[in-house]
Design a protein around this ligand. Structure first.
Ligand code: MN3
Length: 256
C-alpha cells in the first residue's frame, strides 16, 4: 500500500485520540477525500510542464484600492508568492517522486512527503496554495456581491447573523499571534467553523489541528498590510470586507 493511505489512517487515529481528550477536531476527512471529485479546477493546479507557476491575478495591482494598496499587492504577489512557487519547485526537484502531483495533493499530504523536503513542501506548498486561494477571494467588484442563500443559512445557523459572523471572524484574525491565517472552513456536512493556522499551514493539510475545506481566508502576515495599515491589523481586516467576493465564497461553499 502506498504511504499516503498509511499516513491517512495514522492521521485519522491521531485525530480520534485528540477528539477523545476534548481537542476540537472538525471531522475525519482523509487526505484523499479532501481533493477528490468535485474540487474546483483552479485550486487543483497541476504543475505546468513539470513546474508550478505563479498564477496571474484577475485584476490589476491597484484594483483593490483604497482598501489594499497597489504596492502591497505588487510585492505580495510578484515577490512573496513568487518565492513560495520558486522554492516549492526547488523542493520537488530534490524529491522527483513528487513530480506531477497537483498542489492540492501535495499540501493535503504533508506527512507523505519525504522527510528531506517535508518542511519545504509545508511552507512553500502551503504558501502557494494559500495565496492562490486568497487572490481569488478578492475582487474590485466585491461590493456588488452577497452570500448565497445556502451560505447565509449556514452562517446564520452557526453565528445567528452575518454581522455576528464578521465580528467573530475579525476576532479570530486579529487574535493570530505572529504570522498566519484565519479561515472559515467547512466539513463534509457543510457545517462551518472558524480556525487559524500559523505561518503557511493550511486547513487542508493532514497536519492541521482542525481540518476542513477553506471557503474564506485572510492572510494576516504583516507583509499583507503593513505598508498601508502599519500595526493596525484590525483596520486591515475591516477593509478586507470591502474587497471580499461573496460570489466566490458562495461558489466554494457549494463546490469544494
Ligand atoms: Mn502573504
Amino acid at each position: 500500500m502506498n504511504n499516503s493511505n498509511t499516513n491517512s489512517r495514522r492521521s485519522f487515529l491521531k485525530k480520534g485520540a485528540l477528539a477523545a481528550i476534548g481537542v476540537g477536531v472538525l471531522n475525519s476527512l482523509t487526505a484523499n477525500e479532501l481533493y477528490a471529485g468535485t474540487v474546483n479546477g483552479n485550486l487543483e493546479m497541476p504543475p505546468v510542464d513539470g513546474a508550478f507557476e505563479l498564477p496571474k491575478l484577475d485584476y490589476a495591482y491597484g484594483a483593490l484600492e483604497p482598501f489594499i494598496d497597489a504596492k502591497t499587492m505588487e510585492i505580495h504577489h510578484s515577490k512573496h508568492h513568487q518565492t513560495y512557487v520558486t522554492k516549492l519547485n526547488e523542493a520537488i526537484e530534490k524529491a522527483p517522486e513528487l513530480k506531477g502531483k497537483s498542489l492540492m495533493e501535495l499540501v493535503a499530504n504533508i506527512n507523505a512527503a519525504p522527510e528531506s523536503v517535508r518542511t519545504a513542501i509545508r511552507n512553500h506548498g502551503g504558501g502557494h496554495f494559500n495565496h492562490s486561494f486568497f487572490w481569488k477571494l478578492m475582487s474590485p467588484d466585491a461590493k456588488n456581491t452577497t452570500a448565497s442563500a445556502e451560505l447565509t443559512a449556514a452562517i446564520n445557523a452557526k453565528w445567528t447573523s452575518m454581522d455576528n459572523f464578521k465580528v467573530e471572524f475579525a476576532k479570530s484574525a486579529t487574535g493570530v499571534f505572529g504570522s498566519g491565517w484565519a479561515w472559515l472552513i467547512k466539513d463534509k456536512e457543510n457545517n462551518l467553523s472558524l480556525t487559524t493556522t500559523a505561518n503557511q499551514d493550511s486547513p487542508i493539510m493532514d497536519i492541521a489541528a482542525m481540518r476542513g475545506k477553506p471557503i474564506l481566508g485572510i492572510d494576516v502576515w504583516e507583509h499583507a498590510y503593513y505598508l498601508k495599515h502599519q500595526n493596525k491589523r484590525a483596520d486591515y481586516v475591516a477593509d478586507f470586507w470591502n474587497v471580499l467576493d461573496w460570489n466566490q465564497v458562495s461558489k466554494w461553499f457549494m463546490e469544494l
